[in-house]
Design a protein around this ligand. Structure first.
Ligand SMILES: [Zn+2]
Length: 223
């Protein structure tokens, strides 16, 4: 249908005004006629689907125009009924779970190499940073080597923290900085100890006092 001209629109408007009651009565009859609801519903559905993109654009524009207002309203909704808001969020997450997983998988398929490379560089940067810290905090490297060699020369050693007997061959022997280097500790014999793997890995870079407070430590240490 060609777009109605301004004159035609004006005419229609006047016509509708003039014949309002008559038109309304006609419409009422039409609504009561057989199958009207069905036809209307089908028409609405088709219209809704056909104009989906358009509608989404409109919603987006409206949301962007009232961003602050929408955010305030959403914060208020949350504050008024946090339980309901959380349930809503959970339901939404579940509803879109499959879609999100598919998206993530696809993203990984396309960007997998990039991600792996980025992670590799992040790991390298981290170990470089650690090495630099260690260099700066080093005291008497020869003494450290002597200490480490001395421990390794024996067949077993005791974990400084939990007292477990550790074989010195293989991966279970760890050396730990009692005050972590990242927390200002020195790379020195005085700050080094023998540690079993579980203690060292659980302590990670926590200061001793903090690590002792964690529940895992309570299980590890025979206190
Ligand atoms: Zn231990």
């Amino acid at each position: 249908m060609p777009p109605a001209t301004a004159a035609k629109k004006q005419y229609n408007r006047e016509y509708r005004l003039k014949h309002r009651d008559e038109l309304n009565a006609k419409e009422k009859v039409r609504r009561l006629s057989d199958g009207y609801a069905q036809r209307k519903s089908e028409y609405d559905k088709t219209y809704h689907q056909a104009h989906r993109a358009e509608r989404l654009m409109r919603y987006k524009a409206r949301y962007a125009a009232k961003l602050e207002q929408e955010r305030r309203a959403s914060r208020k909704r949350y504050a008024d009924n946090p339980e309901k808001a959380r349930a809503c969020a959970r339901a939404s997450r579940l509803k879109h779970l499959a879609k999100r997983l598919a998206y993530n998988r696809n993203y990984h398929r396309i960007h997998g190499k990039e991600i792996a490379l980025k992670r590799k560089w992040q790991a390298r940067l981290k170990s470089a940073k650690r090495r630099a810290l260690k260099r700066a905090a080093s005291v008497n490297l020869k003494g450290i080597k002597a200490f480490v060699d001395g421990v390794k020369a024996k067949s077993s050693a005791l974990c400084y923290y939990c007292g477990a007997v550790i074989p010195t061959k293989g991966r279970s022997l760890h050396f730990d900085h009692i005050v972590p280097i990242s927390k200002g500790g020195q790379h020195s014999v005085a700050n080094l100890c023998v540690s079993c793997a579980p203690c060292n890995l659980s302590k990670h870079n926590k200061p001793l006092s903090e690590w002792l407070k964690t529940s895992l430590t309570q299980q590890l240490l025979p206190i």
